[in-house]
Design a protein around this ligand. Structure first.
Ligand SMILES: O=C(O)CCC(=O)C(=O)O
Length: 373
């Protein structure tokens, strides 16, 4: 493995952000302690035992829904999904139809990308000069120029489709995915091909639970006009107890479908404590995002979550953020207010909401306040 050399005096931010080595580059130097820039204040650290791969104590804390009877239109599957969306905002689904091999291949592909020499990885950093590619971008932390403390995470974000901008698989834009790294492109496209019907099915069920019987083209753009798929990479960290992989936040999606490896480290805010989402082989984690909380006028819950780092191994997760198209206007759906409920949220242009989220560090459930009446 090629290791970056640290020169003295060592400017961490320059090394990680400007030189584009990322946290992966820092981790590869095999440093013994994390630099101050990554040390969270005590009040922001999570106080739980680090997860182990054999940890199954809390696996029942968020529901695991078996979708094998979906094809037979078993109403129990739909009921369990809507109930979990209302009570927990988070659940795992098994037997969803995406082959295990496709899931394993996509995670392997993520490792291949982050295993590339830094000179190769760096090509995907968006800088508006040499690289103006908006279809794929390599990033570090969340909003590094706004955060007091950086998150221990690099991620490669791919825009699969973006409202009017078409899909990377559209006839109008058949080469849309050509700019994605070749080491991971095919596996990611294959994963998206399988995941899309699952997303559609989930949205159909969740909409039915809100009395929306039909998803026409306008509703489809409102619910899933933009699909973004990321490789989240949490490099080995010498001090998991001091750092955050991802700080507490809720997603600004309609729903998010997350594939995680067997490292563990995702925590969901429970009533009294943080609940560990124990990895289940072949499962997809589904969480309700702010958009669906808003559309359902608080019936479905978008729940805060966070991820810790590991001293044992590099962790990978692959979220698909299912978002409205940028020009969609979201607010409580008329169908969700049928019983005379008062709307809690106003009508908001989705791109405004999205840009607001990315204008500040992660801050728990605060973003949704932006849309409140
Ligand atoms: O990696 C995880 O488990 C969580 C990722 C996440 O919350 C995010 O990418 O927004």
């Amino acid at each position: 493995m090629q290791m970056a050399k640290l020169s003295e005096p060592f400017d961490v931010l320059d090394f990680v952000l400007n030189q584009g080595n990322g946290v992966k580059g820092l981790s590869d130097t095999r440093l013994k302690t994390v630099p101050n820039q990554f040390i969270q204040p005590i009040e922001d650290r999570i106080h739980v035992a680090p997860p182990t791969s054999s940890d199954s104590s809390s696996s029942s804390s968020i529901p695991i829904i078996d979708a094998s009877n979906w094809d037979n239109d078993d109403p129990k599957v739909s009921e369990s999904i809507c109930e979990a969306a209302e009570k927990f905002g988070f659940f795992q689904i098994i037997n969803h139809g995406v082959p295990l091999e496709v899931l394993e291949n996509v995670m392997e592909a993520g490792h291949r990308f982050f295993g590339l020499p830094v000179e190769e990885r760096r090509k995907y950093i968006f800088n508006g000069k040499n690289n103006t590619n908006t279809r794929v971008q390599l990033k570090t932390s969340f909003t590094p120029h706004k955060e007091k403390v950086l998150e221990w995470k690099d991620y490669l974000t791919h825009i699969y489709c973006n409202g009017d901008n078409g899909s990377v698989e559209d006839e109008d834009d058949p080469k849309g995915s050509d700019s994605w790294p070749s080491v991971s492109r095919d596996q990611l496209l294959e994963y998206m091909k399988w995941a899309k019907p699952v997303i559609k099915r989930l949205l159909k069920v969740l909409m039915k639970g809100l009395n929306v019987e039909e998803i026409d083209a306008t509703k489809e753009n409102l619910l899933m006009g933009t699909l973004i798929v990321n490789f989240n990479y949490y490099p080995i960290c010498p001090n998991p107890d001091l750092t955050a992989g991802v700080g507490p936040h809720s997603d600004v999606s309609t729903i998010t479908i997350l594939l995680q490896d067997d490292t563990g480290g995702l925590y969901v805010r429970g009533r009294t404590d943080w609940i560990h989402v124990t990895p289940v082989k072949g499962a997809l984690i589904v969480n309700i995002g702010d958009v669906l909380q808003i559309m359902s006028n608080d019936r479905y819950k978008s729940v805060e979550h966070r991820a810790v780092t590991s001293a044992r191994k590099h962790r990978i997760s692959v979220p698909i953020f299912v978002n409205p198209g940028p020009n969609a206007v979201m607010g409580p759906l008329p169908e969700a207010l049928q019983l005379g409920e008062k709307p809690i949220y106003k009508q908001v242009l989705y791109s405004d909401y999205f840009n607001y989220f990315f204008s500040k560090p992660h801050e728990g459930k605060q973003t949704i306040e932006y849309a409140k009446i």
